[in-house]
Design a protein around this ligand. Structure first.
Ligand SMILES: NC(=O)c1ccc[n+]([C@@H]2O[C@H](COP(=O)([O-])OP(=O)(O)OC[C@H]3O[C@@H](n4cnc5c(N)ncnc54)[C@H](OP(=O)(O)O)[C@@H]3O)[C@@H](O)[C@H]2O)c1
Length: 374
């Protein structure tokens, strides 16, 4: 192995700040690859796990290394790895905080990370590490919502021009990272996509393949979209962004086809809990969160719509993970069927930049993804 030193940004316990220090160099086991990270992207969930780990990832062992999105070069491969070799440029979904792994060696926020081969993709030379890092969790979350049998259960995507299904998917929040991935995956599976975004991002989402876009800030957006979608045969809705569940339920209740909404986001924000003690925050926010979920369940029941919540790494429990990361994404990036989107917003060039990068993400982004190059 060419390098024996490894560094990570880790947290000692829930609510703690990131600390950068030496950590052991991970060794790849069967079916695993060791990757020298060149870029990592940040997700709202990273900050949520940092502050609310006991609520959202109660299994997590500390000290923990957070982060899901990586791209870099393969340094070593474990036994029974056939798809990757040292020197390959890859992107990957790091599973360190997931119940499946629960292991610091698989957390993204370090210089060397262990990836499972079924969660990694060889990159074409045309895609930079910073561009690639925006994709993994967004693609995984969108794929879970669109394709898992217990979610929308849609036909899976293909690299060649897909046979049109004649059906439409509503993707609420098309300019988010998850939305950008969802538009591309759904169109690659042969579905027409109708989406929402702010007007400044209309051209962006249409460029990714959506056929119509509506401004979610309009007060009559539900009525306008219902009028448009009421004419179509619907395959379901993907609700991305806080508060998107209710309008999606309302629209789908008045449409033909499958009245089902897969939800990626909670009904109220949970990404603003402070470091340190979260007691006051929890006393104020958790009752609102609970009321939000109960309200959504009642709304859906009254309107005859079925709802699901998405766990963005659930695809790794079955064959869908390898279908997306090994079979589809590499060729799709090489052919241009999938483009790396949204654009990376590079917030720094070392593990020390991650804390400020998380703060930047908390302040909010539009059609961009916060990335740190390493
Ligand atoms: N369940 C899971 O496993 C999982 C996994 C990943 C992400 N998520 C969740 O999915 C959501 C998106 O994550 P992300 O990383 O893709 O976010 P992101 O890119 O940081 O989200 C920013 C984008 O969201 C759009 N947006 C904000 N509020 C909106 C609203 N009310 N309706 C429609 N669009 C809105 C903005 O659009 P404009 O700038 O055009 O206004 C902006 O482009 C977050 O809530 C995140 O926590 C869940």
């Amino acid at each position: 192995m060419p390098n024996t030193s490894n560094h990570a940004a880790w947290i000692k316990a829930q609510g703690q700040a990131l600390t950068v220090s030496d950590v052991p160099m991970p060794q790849p086991g069967a079916g695993e690859i060791l990757v020298r990270n060149r870029a990592v992207a940040l997700n709202p969930f990273d900050g949520i796990v940092q502050t609310l780990g006991s609520l959202v990832t109660p299994w997590l062992r500390y000290p923990a290394i957070l982060g899901s999105d990586v791209s870099g070069e393969v340094v070593a491969v474990g036994p029974s790895v056939s798809r990757f070799k040292p020197g390959d440029r890859v992107l990957g979904l790091a599973l360190g905080i997931d119940k499946l792994a629960n292991r610091a060696a698989e957390g993204a926020f370090q210089n060397h990370v262990i990836l499972r081969q079924e969660a990694a993709t060889v990159l074409p030379d045309s895609v930079s590490f910073e561009q690639a890092a925006v994709l993994p969790l967004a693609i995984a979350t969108a794929a879970c919502g669109l394709f898992l049998e217990d979610q929308l259960g849609l036909r899976t995507p293909c690299v060649e021009a897909p046979m049109p299904t004649g059906k439409t998917v509503l993707i609420w929040g098309g300019s988010s990272s998850v939305g950008s991935a969802a538009i591309q995956l759904a169109t690659a599976a042969g579905y027409e996509v109708v989406t929402t975004a702010s007007p400044r991002n209309f051209d962006y989402v249409l460029g990714l393949g959506a056929s119509r876009v509506f401004d979610y800030n309009d007060t009559d957006v539900v009525a306008t979209m219902t009028k448009e979608l009421g004419k179509r045969d619907m395959a379901g809705a993907l609700a991305i962004a806080v508060g998107s569940g209710a309008p999606c339920i309302d629209i789908m209740s008045r449409c033909r086809g499958r009245r089902i909404v897969s939800m990626a986001s909670p009904p109220v924000p949970i990404d603003d809990a402070p470091l340190g003690s979260q007691l006051l925050w929890k006393l104020r926010r958790l009752p609102r969160l609970l009321a939000g979920f109960v309200g959504l369940a009642i709304r859906a029941r009254l309107r005859g719509v079925s709802t699901r919540s998405i766990w963005g790494t659930a695809l790794m429990k079955g064959a869908l993970g390898a279908t997306i990361f090994n079979d589809f994404l590499g060729p799709a990036l090489a052919s241009g069927r999938v483009v790396p989107a949204p654009k990376p917003l590079v917030a720094g060039h070392s593990l020390h930049a991650l804390a400020e990068a998380l703060a930047l993400l908390r302040r909010g982004v539009s059609a961009s993804k916060v990335v740190v190059s390493l």
